[in-house]
Design a protein. Structure first.
Length: 503
């Protein structure tokens, strides 16, 4: 049986792991909004103002910290004033990006804010730069967040909401290098400065403005944004125009034309998927190093507001709806991403998985009959809740098995740990699809008074949950054994575990 040794320094707290690294993304895409979150007030499926109750209850169990909306590519063709007022009076639109379908705008600003309140999540509104105007986005901020009296406040009150909402996070467009306008980096950097200038703080609602950043490791794009607010080696603080820069990174094991199946894949496909997911660390390091050169005091945050697996759509579904299954392999992609996020929490301040319901690497899959399935990825988010706003501690995987992938030694163990309020949480992934792994945890700097474990495993990495088999992949207790250096656990192939420690 392969063995690994993991050294954890529990008394060396590092950066705080922001709960916002566990953020979510809901785009007007396929059945994420309509048929996912929103079924309408007349639906036989239990709902509150048209919002599915079972979806809300399932997501509240994750304590999701923020929700990004309305896109994505959709954000840059969405005009928010079409989605307010009486539903019968709202003009319809064509979603040209995703399926070329018509939507009625029944889910708009008020419905989104009601959803966030039901979830207990902070809103992250992505504004329209691609086909919108500075005035349009500025008025959206005023409509949502201003109190007292103004044209937008009067309109909001006429639509039934007297008090302003708190809306901290604002995205200045989306993928401006592509679907958001096919702009050049320098041109968009000027646009981002302009838009950010007119996104005003109203009252005590302080905006966190996020400039639309790079695809993957396009460092030239990130550098253009940094040059727009800072200078290399000048020693000055960046201009406080926008507060963060985003980037996107998807785990696509095949090509964009042939991404592969979510559930019908070979061992080679599995290894290549895990290797691509592990590449997120290289990309975060690259952006972080560049940002450190322009912003050594780390005043500007790095935001990964789209990430996750992307497979070919399920057979006989609309190819523009991006509906895919979600297997144990996807759960491991999520678990190793979080380990990387925890290691880079001093710069990475937010991340949003794509997407929450029925699209790409979703938490939940629903059907029109009222069925709801918690995916394997859902359980990783739930098991990792203890990391929210905890302090990351150093983790060293000093002995571990590897796999030779095209001449490169691929790591088969992933781990991270944090401490908060007298407790520790350790996350462990056995990425070997075939071998059971015994892990010795060398725990230093604190006495362990009590330990409990939870395990997420499956008979094969292709296993997924369905309405008929909702717990094919679900957490179960894990035996934790004492060991002279700390603790010992045994993880089956392709599995994820968490250990909760009383310190």
């Amino acid at each position: 049986m392969p063995e690994a040794r993991v050294v954890i320094d529990l008394d060396v707290p590092g950066a705080t792991i922001s709960r916002h690294l566990y953020g979510h993304f809901a785009e007007h895409l396929g059945r994420c909004i309509y048929g996912g979150f929103y079924v309408g007030e007349d639906s036989p499926i239990p709902n509150v103002g048209g919002i599915r109750q079972d979806v809300v209850e399932a997501l509240r169990a994750l304590q999701i910290p923020n929700l990004r909306w309305p896109g994505g590519c959709f954000a840059d063709e969405y005009h928010w004033k079409d989605g307010i007022g009486p539903k019968a009076d709202r003009p319809s639109m064509v979603n040209t990006h995703w399926g070329n379908v018509e939507e009625n705008n029944h889910f708009g600003t008020h419905e989104f804010m009601a959803l966030c309140e039901l979830l207990g999540a902070e809103p992250y509104v992505n504004g329209n730069v691609g086909s919108g105007t500075v005035r349009e986005m500025s008025e959206w901020v005023e409509y949502l967040t201003r109190e007292g009296d103004s044209p937008m406040v009067r309109q909001r009150k006429a639509n039934g909401r007297d008090e302003p909402w708190r809306v901290p996070f604002w995205g200045i467009g989306n993928e401006a290098w592509g679907c958001g306008g096919n702009q050049r980096a320098e041109a968009y950097a000027d646009v981002a400065r302009q838009y950010a200038t007119f996104l005003k703080d109203h009252g005590d609602n302080k905006l966190y403005r996020i400039a639309a950043g790079a695809a993957d490791d396009d460092l030239a794009w990130t550098e253009a944004l940094l040059k727009a607010v800072s200078c290399l080696g000048c020693g000055r603080e960046p201009k406080n125009i926008f507060q963060a820069i985003s980037f996107h990174y998807y785990t696509v094991a095949g090509t964009w034309e042939h991404k592969g199946s979510a559930t019908d894949f070979t061992l080679d496909d599995y290894y290549r998927t895990i290797a691509k997911a592990q590449g997120i660390e290289r990309v975060i390091r690259a952006h972080s190093s560049l940002m450190d050169a322009y912003d050594p005091e780390r005043k500007i945050g790095l935001v990964l507001d789209e990430w996750g697996t992307w497979w070919d759509v399920e057979p006989d579904t609309n190819p523009g709806f991006l509906y895919q299954q979600n297997a144990m392999r996807d759960a491991l992609v999520a678990s190793l991403h979080f380990d990387v996020f925890h290691r880079h929490a001093e710069r990475l301040v937010m991340a949003n998985i794509a997407q929450t319901v029925n699209v790409l690497q979703a938490m939940l899959l629903t059907d029109e009959q009222g069925g709801l399935v918690r995916t394997p990825t859902y359980h990783v988010f739930e098991m990792n809740k203890g990391h929210h706003d905890a302090r990351s501690v150093p983790v060293h995987v000093v002995e571990r098995p590897t796999y030779d992938l095209d001449g490169t030694a691929m790591e088969l163990v992933s781990a991270s740990a944090s401490v908060k309020d007298g407790r520790g949480l350790v996350s462990l992934s056995n990425l070997d699809p075939e071998a059971t792994l015994e892990i010795v945890l060398d725990l230093r700097g604190a006495d362990i008074r009590e330990s409990t474990g939870r395990l997420l495993a499956a008979s094969k990495p292709q296993t997924f949950n369905t309405v008929d088999a909702p717990d094919a992949v679900a957490p179960v207790p894990l035996t934790v054994e004492p060991e002279p250096r700390g603790l010992r656990v045994t993880l089956p192939p392709h599995s994820f575990a968490t250990l909760s420690l009383a310190l």
